[in-house]
Design a protein around this ligand. Sequence first.
Ligand code: PEP
Ligand code: MN
Length: 331
Amino acid sequence: MRPDRLVLGCNGPQPLVSILVLVFRILRTSGPVCHEELIPIFSGSVKSPLGQSSGLFAFPDRSLIVKLLVSREVQPENSIVRVRDVAFGDGGFVVMAGPCSVESEEQLMQCAAAVSDSGGQLLRGGAFKPRTSPYEFQGLGEAGLKLLALARDRYGLGIVTEVVTEADVDLVAAYADLMQVGARNMQNFALLKALGRCGKPVLLKRGPSATLKEWLLAAEYVLAHGNPDLILCERGIRSFDPHTRNVCDIAAVPAMKEMTHLPVILDPSHATGRRSLIAPLARAAVAVGADGLLVECHPNPDAALSDGPQSLDLAQFRNLMLDLPCRALRA
Ligand code: PEP
Ligand code: MN
């Protein structure tokens, strides 16, 4: 049997199966569907890390996808994703914070000190930056990764940083504790497949105009390619009102948690583009059951090389941490 065209059932006389197929055809008005037409969602030699090989089938029009690895049907209990000694999805609330971009040793160490002192668990910072304009700061590249590793050594914080292209996966994985996939790359399928094999946990941001189903299927790529350690991050979606940079889809957090066992966090910085809205949305994230936050902060946001208007200064970040009604921030 060709691995890319596995067929279920219907070989030889199977009266019960035939009756079920008939009933299904009658109930389903949008065209004929038979057991033989069930096809695998992916083809080739990918092996499910959870051993759910029988569940990986979709109908040909892809309208009804059953038993994805990300689905609560396949795994009813929450997945717990560990990033060094930090657990996502165990009922706690994890705060990851730091600058949008790593700019200098001094800037990053100041952020790391503030994150560590205030009870944040992971340090964020972009070394490879996906920027709308090619003339904007593109990040320090590997030099930025080295600074992140230095901050980890000094402050004991795991680091989360973005990988922009498949070609950089090994390089970024050599430094990062959590591999961030940015919103613009949510459907970069070559990157997602490579991250399935990277051996590090993945933080998958929602695309600016992705439906929840598209976002789940992007996550499925990473799991189907061998990596079960994935955290989803809502970061706002594109809409008509420019008042906020994006529209924060807060309902997406509990909606995703209904559908998937994977941890879901909120990024209120990119979701709003406004530092004054970060604290209220951070509280909303706690209220709707998010597993954590990704927040931008900077020692001098007005001088930031990227995303200053949505970055808290370090005093504001400390206040945010004091004010969070946290189920966690457990010491
Ligand atoms: C970021 O986290 O700095 C970033 C670029 O986020 P997003 O991909 O959500 O725009
Ligand atoms: Mn940013």
